[in-house]
Each structure stands twice: as structure tokens, then as C-alpha cells.
Design a binder for this molecule. Structure first.
Ligand code: DGY
Length: 327
């Protein structure tokens, strides 16, 4: 009888992920909720598995992949439970013949919801006002109390009009917003019409938008896409929202722009050196900070977990994993 494959699950994930894996192989899993193995521990535990189910906080670099490719059994596949896979050196994996998969689509609505939530929260100063009430400072309605910016009828600039960006555009239409988008790939006219999107070059989008929301993957070409120059083009009344990946924004430049009141505020779910955050941001009331939870609904995380497992099962059964990202 053929030996059952060895599968490593690097972090505690939703329960639905385990049964499909257990039907095909021997599962070794980190079951301690919230425990992220440091890189050296991952490097020690990874080699000797056929399949690795990993998360965006696991650094799956060339060194790690080479160690796994030269062990017995040899690593065949890495399934990331995330749509973004900038934590994995896909080029090295491809060179070593290791398949890589992600979890696209299932988290788009949930992520778009949170992007919109952040946008409203920062514009209408919801967390700041809530802190005020909890501190016992609410002494009655005030004509000037916590006035913020209107979301309805404002101009929203989307950087990236992929799956998530388009859904944010749908949310925006309920608020009767004008929606501009910038993307390296211009959408076909029918899609622009469906989502009520108007294409604008990046600089024009930055100059015209009341809210700029980032929905691009993190690639070498999107590193610091929003830096000092770009922030200086934004309106002093505009807000920057990021639910994609932290390093798309030059976080130090963002701090300087906020300090200089070049922009009105920011809503951030992701950070350049996550989980570290530029300390100045923690002191600013016009910044809403979340701990990378854009896809964190129970239903969505279950779907992501199942999808990652199903990619491994497909590979094991000789089928093409549905969400392969290798070129
Ligand atoms: C992803 O899937 O890339 C998200 O950032 C995780 O929620």
C-alpha cells in the first residue's frame, strides 16, 4: 500500500480545513490558536512533508522551499489560506517544481465590506466618538460635536479594479458616489458601465478623490505605490483607505502627510512592517487602525480554509488544483 502523504498545517485554522486533509494523509498541525511559528521553527518543521497548508504570516522563501525540496518526502505543494501570496517565493517554488495555490474570490465581498466600513468609520469619526462616549465625556448633543465628512455623493478613487475593487464600487453606488479607478489593466467598456467606473490616470485620481481605497496586490511594481509625491497630490480633505497590503504605502511618508495635514485621515487594516506599526499613527485620532481583519467573517474564513484544503486534495488526486498561482 502506498504511504499516506504527510501534511503540515502551520497555524490553527477553522475546523473545516482538517477533515479533507485527514482523509488523504497524516496531518501534523499547530493547534495553538494565535501561535505563529517563528521562521526558524518553520524551517525546522517544514521539511519532510508532502504538502504544507500555510498562512500569509508564514515566510515561505527560497531557503525554506529548498530545504523542503531536498528532504524526504519532497514537498509537492504549498496551499496559502489567503488571496495574497506575497509571503511565498513563487518563482523559487516553480523552479523547484512545487505547486502554490491561494484562495481567491471567496473573500472579495467580505473584504469590500470592511474597506467600506473603514471608509465610513474614519470619515464619520466613529471610533473616536465611541472612545469619547466610553470615557464618560458625552454631556449632550452638540452642533459641532464630532462633525466629519460625508460619504454619500463623494468621489471614491479605487486603486486596483480587480475582484475586490469592483465590489467596493458596487457598495459605493448605494451611497451615490462617483467612482474613479486606476489599474494597470483598463477594464473593457462593458465592465466600466456595469460597475459605474470611470478610468483615471493615478495622479488625476489622487487629485480628484475624496476617498482613495487601495485594492492592488503587493508586487515589486506596487511597492510604495503611494509615497510622498502621491500623498502630496491628494486633497487636504481626502482620506486614504488600505485593506490590501501594507507596503503598497510608504508608511513613514503617510505619517508625515498626516502630520502636515496634507490629507484628512486614513483607515488602515494592513501595515508596512506588520504587525509593527509606525508609533505616530497610534496617537492620531484621524486614523482608524485595524489588525488585518478584512476577510475575518466566520463564513469567509471557513470558505478560505476549505478552499486551501481542497487545493491540496486536488493535487493529491492528480487533478489540477483549482487555484494554482504558478505561471
Ligand atoms: C488575503 O487573503 O490576502 C487577506 O489579506 C487575508 O485576509
Amino acid at each position: 500500500m502506498a504511504e499516506r502523504p504527510k501534511i503540515l498545517v502551520t497555524q490553527r485554522v477553522p475546523d473545516v480545513a482538517y477533515p479533507p486533509l485527514e482523509t488523504i494523509g497524516e496531518v501534523e498541525a499547530n493547534m495553538e490558536e494565535g501561535l505563529i511559528w517563528p521562521y526558524e521553527e518553520l524551517l525546522r518543521r517544514g521539511p519532510g512533508h508532502d504538502y504544507i497548508f500555510c498562512l500569509l504570516t508564514d515566510q515561505i522563501d527560497a531557503r525554506f522551499l529548498e530545504a523542503c525540496a531536498s528532504a524526504t518526502p519532497r514537498l509537492k505543494m504549498v496551499a496559502n489560506m489567503a488571496v495574497g501570496y506575497n509571503n511565498i517565493d513563487v518563482e523559487a517554488a516553480t523552479r523547484l517544481g512545487i505547486a502554490v495555490s491561494n484562495t481567491p474570490g471567496v473573500l472579495s465581498d467580505t473584504t469590500a465590506d470592511l474597506a467600506f466600513g473603514l471608509l465610513i468609520a474614519v470619515a464619520r469619526r466613529i471610533p473616536e466618538a465611541e472612545r469619547f462616549v466610553r470615557a464618560g465625556k458625552f454631556k449632550g448633543w452638540g452642533p459641532l460635536l464630532f462633525c466629519g465628512a460625508d460619504v454619500h455623493h463623494a468621489t471614491l478613487g479605487l486603486i486596483g479594479a480587480g475582484r475586490i475593487g469592483k465590489i467596493v464600487a458596487k457598495r459605493a453606488s448605494g451611497f451615490e458616489m462617483r467612482v474613479l479607478y486606476y489599474d494597470v489593466y483598463r477594464l473593457p467598456p462593458e465592465e466600466e458601465a456595469t460597475y459605474h467606473l470611470t478610468y483615471a490616470p493615478l495622479d488625476e485620481l489622487l487629485r480628484e478623490s475624496d476617498f482613495v481605497s487601495i485594492h492592488t496586490p503587493y508586487l515589486p511594481s506596487t511597492h510604495h505605490l503611494i509615497g510622498e509625491r502621491e500623498l502630496s497630490l491628494m486633497k487636504p480633505t481626502a482620506y486614504l483607505i488600505n485593506t490590501s497590503r501594507g507596503p503598497v504605502i510608504d508608511e513613514k511618508a503617510l505619517v508625515r502627510a498626516l502630520q502636515a495635514k496634507q490629507i484628512a485621515g486614513a483607515g488602515l487594516d494592513v501595515y508596512e512592517h506588520e504587525p509593527a506599526i509606525e508609533p505616530e499613527l497610534l496617537t492620531m485620532d484621524n486614523v482608524v487602525l485595524l489588525p488585518h481583519i478584512a476577510s475575518a467573517s466566520y463564513a469567509t474564513r471557513n470558505q478560505m480554509a476549505l478552499m486551501a484544503s481542497n487545493n491540496i486534495v486536488a493535487y493529491h488526486e492528480g487533478r489540477r488544483p483549482p487555484n494554482l498561482v504558478n505561471p
